[in-house]
Design a protein around this ligand. Structure first.
Ligand SMILES: [Zn+2]
Length: 411
């Protein structure tokens, strides 16, 4: 199957060579070609350039993108798409004045989702989750990370990871799986943290490794959840099973968690609503990608990740949704990009880099995703006619996507 996309008004994020990520001032540069063509062959990007050089050969399909922008599909490096039921009652409770902590103390929050997940069959969880996956694909996401973490039991965690595996098998979207057994302490382990961590390390991890169900390991490193020392135990154990760390950290408090993550060579540190000068110093020169989740800040009214300060310090930054039933019931990366511009003062160029190439780095797929580069996966968004790509974050409430191609297939 050979597809030609011709007359592209703006072809964005064009990189001649594979780069892993962009940092600091580089984030302001979004290479593009005006009046471009692009050829897809064998589900990969075979060629692209200006229309003057467009080859005059036969194609199986020709798409005329006159007036339209083409860019790589979004890479959403942090989601909890697999869950059972929802938490819309807590949403209304919060409107009526209850805090996140008060809701958690009443048996709400993560433990509420865990209760629902453990009471739901694998098939039903799959059916509920695939609806969300299909929705984000239509919204332009071509690669996604999905976490476990609503099981909090051996069976529950395995069930979630098997659902993620099945989604990866049945859909063209690239999926990476992360084991998040350390999302919260189940009630029966509230006073005995080490026993639950033993369960994670001695019971869950070996089974997950045996069935090859996860690529990464995660923990909720936060006051009242997993301490720095407890998270270090989990990162070390994960490493022994070949799972690199990607950690929830600095959402509500800064307790030197980032230093521990960098020490253990975490691939990413995610949330970062609260970031100290020391945290920024530690991240400089590390291989760890900071990941901001602005939809979460928006939904539960907490501070936004200080993007300007971090980029000024030379750091890279990735953007992801945190799609989950409690704090971010949305997987819309277009909204994330717009919110990063509107609330975090990122430029459109920085936000698009953060949501494509840097997102790809945060799940270890920069070699195949995140830019328009020959040999990379043919995963791209074709927009509706736009005056310029600035319209993507500017017209934040409009659906500006015309077509989505994932791994060479029209969605
Ligand atoms: Zn999360």
């Amino acid at each position: 199957m050979k597809i030609l996309i011709k007359n592209i008004k703006e072809l964005l994020q064009v990189r001649e060579n594979t780069i892993a990520k962009v940092s600091g001032a580089e984030m302001a540069i979004l290479p593009k070609i005006d009046n471009a063509f692009l050829i897809i062959e064998n589900n990969m990007i075979a060629d692209f350039g200006t229309m003057i050089d467009c080859p005059d050969t036969a194609f199986d399909q020709v798409i005329d993108a006159a007036g339209k922008t083409v860019l790589p599909t979004w890479v959403d490096s942090h989601t909890h798409i697999v869950y059972a039921g929802n938490r819309e009652q807590e949403f209304v409770d919060r409107i009526n004045g209850l805090s996140y902590e008060e809701i958690a103390n009443r048996g709400g929050g993560i433990l509420n989702s865990a209760k629902k997940l453990n009471a739901t069959s694998e098939e039903e969880i799959y059916n509920q989750s695939k609806v969300r996956l299909e929705e984000v694909m239509q919204q332009g996401t071509g690669a996604v990370e999905i976490k476990s973490g609503y099981g909090l039991t051996v069976e529950g965690e395995l069930k979630m990871l098997r659902v993620i595996k099945k989604l990866a098998e049945n859909y063209p979207i690239k999926i990476k799986a992360t084991f998040l057994g350390a999302h919260a302490f189940p009630v029966e382990y509230k006073e005995n943290h080490s026993a639950y961590i033993d369960l994670i390390i001695n019971e869950m991890l070996p089974k997950i490794a045996e069935e090859k169900l996860a690529d990464y390991i995660d923990a909720f490193l936060e006051t009242g959840y997993f301490s720095v020392e407890e998270t270090e135990r989990i990162m070390e154990a994960g490493k022994q099973f070949g799972l690199t760390a990607k950690i929830h950290v600095n959402q509500f408090t800064a307790i030197n968690g980032i230093a521990a993550c960098v020490k253990h060579e975490a691939l990413s540190v995610d949330h970062l609503e609260i970031v100290t000068d020391e945290d920024i110093e530690i991240l400089k020169g590390s291989k760890t990608m900071p990941v901001a989740l602005p939809s979460c800040s928006y939904f539960i009214s907490i501070p936004y990740t200080p993007a300007r300060k971090m980029i000024a310090a030379g750091l890279p930054l990735a953007l992801a949704t945190d799609f989950n039933p409690g704090t971010t019931p949305s997987g819309n990366m277009n909204f994330v990009v717009a919110t990063a511009c509107i609330k975090m003062k990122m430029t459109p160029e920085e936000a698009i880099n953060a949501a494509t190439i840097n997102g790809a780095y945060a799940i270890g797929i920069s070699e195949t995703h995140g830019s328009i580069t020959k040999g990379k996966s043919a995963s791209m968004i074709i927009t509706k006619p736009l005056t310029s790509y600035y319209q993507l974050p500017y017209a934040f409430g409009s659906n500006l996507i015309d077509q989505v191609i994932i791994e060479g297939k029209l969605i």
